[in-house]
Design a protein around this ligand. Structure first.
Ligand code: ACO
Length: 334
């Protein structure tokens, strides 16, 4: 069996920083409330005229560089996003064109904030079953484009960015050792953008009723997130034949530091093992785990041979968890 791991990672975020102080001038909120309830201090917001594919491209180029590969060595592109440049063509196809790669399959996948884990798992399955050898996975979202900056309950949470990973074969015992994907469609109404799809196509009425923005039942999502991060992380660790104590790093979806602390508590894993950057980027949806993984890896803290869990939850409601043994040996001939 072919063993699949991450050969390189990359991230991209807009330059524009939106601080809590600025949000205080936009809605009835305070830096104290935002920091104490979410841990978020600032987030990035994409400039007008930019789109998801721009940040996907920037992150992809860095991930390819990290893997020591040229774009033409990639056989497959998957973009996880809920904010594609447009409904179609897929952002993955726009990225393929921008990278100058011909003919290879390229498609988008929608699993909310769990998208990066979904895309890694789908790409790894396709690599294992062949004929593909190397895949580019990008989680990218510009949530600022669908955030209602008049709704204080959501606008303080979200930010923009992209995280990318190049996947390929690694020696046995390394790479993705276990993964779990799941969904609870019955709870989907807790997190949705009601208009703009086939149910409610864009119209003057849908714009006036602000239905092109994220609508969220925050406390329902909060409870789901804490429970599912605990369960999914446990499952992947157990199915790889490991104990929770053996895990070196957890890279959780960066939604809210209180969710991360509560999950750490339930799992009995020290908070220091959870990589956190939500304070600087807010919730970047499908980008969040890839972005955090790249920061962890490039900081030198994630060592060759470390066991790392990537665990996320999001719209759907969905969840994803992967257990990897980190391979820092770059691209192999496979
Ligand atoms: N500033 C000040 N007050 C606020 C703000 C704000 N920005 N937002 C809400 N409040 C108020 C509420 O109106 C409420 O006031 P009330 O008691 O007078 O009614 C009070 O603060 C408490 O509100 P809660 O919603 O109970 O606050 P909570 O502690 O639950 O925190 C939060 C809200 C941060 C949204 C939390 O529920 C959360 O993080 N949920 C998970 C959200 C999440 O992760 N979503 C992303 C999922 S992933 C994806 O796919 C995008």
């Amino acid at each position: 069996m072919t063993h699949i791991g991450i050969l390189g990672t990359g991230l991209a975020v807009p330059k524009r920083v939106l601080t809590n102080a600025e949000l205080e001038t936009m809605v009835d909120t305070s830096d104290e409330w935002i920091v104490s309830r979410t841990g978020i201090k600032e987030r990035r917001v994409a400039e007008e005229g930019t789109a998801s594919s721009h940040f996907a491209y920037e992150a992809a180029v860095k991930a390819l560089d990290g893997a020591g590969l040229n774009p033409e060595e990639i056989d497959l592109i998957i973009c996880a996003t809920v904010t594609p440049d447009m409904a179609f063509p897929a952002t993955a196809c726009l990225l393929q064109d921008r990278l100058g790669i011909g003919r290879i399959p390229a498609f988008d996948l929608s699993a909310g904030c769990s998208g990066f884990g979904y895309a890694l798992t789908v790409a790894a399955s396709m690599l294992r079953s062949g004929p593909y050898k190397k895949a580019l996975v990008v989680g990218v979202d510009l949530l600022s484009r669908i955030t209602d900056y008049e709704d204080r309950a959501t606008c303080v949470l979200f930010g923009d960015g992209a995280g990318a990973a190049v996947l390929g074969s690694v020696p046995a015992g390394f790479g993705i050792l276990a993964s779990e994907l799941g969904a609870d469609g019955a709870s989907g109404a807790a997190l949705q953008m009601p208009a703009g799809g086939s149910l409610k196509p864009a119209s003057l009425a849908t714009v006036e009723s602000r239905e092109h923005y994220i609508k969220m039942q925050g406390s329902d999502v909060f409870k789901f997130a804490v429970r599912i991060m605990d369960e999914a992380a446990r499952h992947v660790v157990r199915s790889a034949g490991l104990n929770l104590e053996e895990v070196d790093w957890i890279v959780p979806h960066q939604a809210n530091v209180r969710i991360i602390k509560a999950a750490a508590d339930r799992l009995g894993i020290p908070e220091e093992k959870f990589f956190v950057n939500v304070d600087r980027y807010g919730n970047t949806s499908a980008a969040s785990i890839g972005l955090a993984l790249d920061e962890l890896a490039s900081s030198g803290q994630l060592k060759h041979g470390d066991y790392v869990v990537l665990v996320g939850f999001g719209a759907g409601l969905t969840w994803s968890a992967l257990l990897l043994r980190w391979w820092a040996g770059g691209s192999t001939s496979g």
